[in-house]
Design a protein around this ligand. Structure first.
Ligand code: KG4
Length: 340
């Protein structure tokens, strides 16, 4: 079955063609990062306009790289939630128009389920159930993946997403947007114990997380140094910050593994590219006999292949849409299965 996967929930326009879910024939991405870098973050209005400019040509490129004709497509999968509403609408409306023209079904895909599915592409042997930690610029979630289309939240951040904190601290330190990768690189020579940053807990919800206090504490250190005219050891601060994020993510995720009784952990989302976080999970999983899956870096960020892959499983579950499909800015992953 040939599926076109479309992703436009934030600042990447992406189109991919897949066969039977896990075989990727093409995976084309146009990033808008340079446009938004000037403003230090994503400007929703610009994001929507750039998606409109890119999407039709990108779809043609995805077909040509896959070596197939439009008429061979069996369905169009598209991210319909969650994300920037104007950005999502571009992908959703393109998918609706293409599905109407080609007389094929539309498969609405929840963005987070797409990130989980990046692991199915990278690891053909991976099957639910497993625990997935999804860490990106917009969310931080520990998910019980009971089945391909049955996903329940075990723990989540109560405030900022981990990636959002990376980006904010990096921006204040003068690194280009999005700063996660630069902050990661900067931390290489730093001492993770140099700054005693907080590891917050949520009372009564041991698997939930909070990052806003950590972000504020790191920002206060930067501002205090500035005000006093003292030189700040930036690698030390970056390493200390990452260490605090790691100490928040790793024990909770491992506790979720204990709670479900599963022996498999998958990690998804842009922050999964972080070298320290990857190493910490590798070490902990080895110690506890848990099989760990981490997609390669190119599948960690937003892409169309993950949407096409998840789209295949949504199709098998019968989660299809017609021309009534609308985009939804905020939708919990539990309710990710599209219902007409
Ligand atoms: O999943 P993603 O591409 O987009 C969504 O948010 O959906 O994730 C982007 C996030 C950004 O916050 C970026 O700074 C972060 O992933 N990121 C990293 C690294 N590479 C990207 N954060 C920490 N360390 C990295 N190496």
């Amino acid at each position: 079955m040939l599926i076109m996967g479309i992703e436009s929930s934030c600042d990447e326009t992406a189109v991919s063609i897949s066969r039977d879910g896990r075989e990727i024939l093409s995976n084309c991405v146009v990033s808008q990062i340079d446009m938004h870098a000037v403003y230090g973050g994503v400007v929703p209005e610009i994001a929507s306009r750039k998606h409109i400019e890119a999407i039709a040509a990108l779809a043609e490129r995805a077909l040509s790289e896959a070596g197939i004709r439009r008429s061979e497509l069996d369905a169009i999968a598209v991210t319909y939630a969650p994300g920037l509403i104007g950005a999502l609408l571009v992908g959703v409306n393109f998918a609706k128009a293409a599905a109407l023209a080609l007389d094929i079904p539309i498969i609405p895909v929840h963005h987070i389920r797409g990130h989980i599915a990046a692991n199915y592409i990278a690891f053909p042997e991976l099957k639910p159930p497993f625990v997935c930690l999804s860490i990106s610029g917009g969310n931080t979630l520990i998910i019980d993946v009971r089945d391909y289309t049955d996903t329940r939240i075990l723990g989540s951040t109560r405030d900022d997403a981990a990636g959002e904190c990376f980006d904010k601290i990096a921006r204040v330190l003068g690194m280009p947007y999005p700063g996660g990768a630069a902050l990661d690189k900067m931390s290489e020579s730093g001492n993770p114990k140099a700054f005693p940053l907080p590891r917050s807990r949520v009372d009564g919800a041991p698997l939930d997380m909070s990052f806003s206090g950590l972000k504020t504490a790191a920002l206060n250190i930067i501002h205090n140094h500035e005000q006093k005219g003292e030189e700040l050891n930036i690698p030390d601060l970056c390493a200390s910050f990452i260490s605090a994020v790691q100490d928040t993510l790793v024990p909770r995720t491992m506790a979720a593994i204990g709670k479900t009784g599963y022996k498999t952990l998958a990690i998804a989302g842009g922050v999964a590219a972080n070298s320290h976080i990857r190493a910490a999970f590798e070490a902990q999983c080895k110690k506890q006999g848990v099989t760990l899956y981490m997609p390669p870096l190119k599948l960690c960020g937003d892409n169309g292949a993950m949407i096409a892959c998840q789209g295949y499983y949504e199709y098998l579950a019968g989660n299809l849409a017609g021309q009534e499909l609308n985009a939804i800015a905020s939708l919990p992953v539990e309710r990710g299965s599209y219902q007409k």
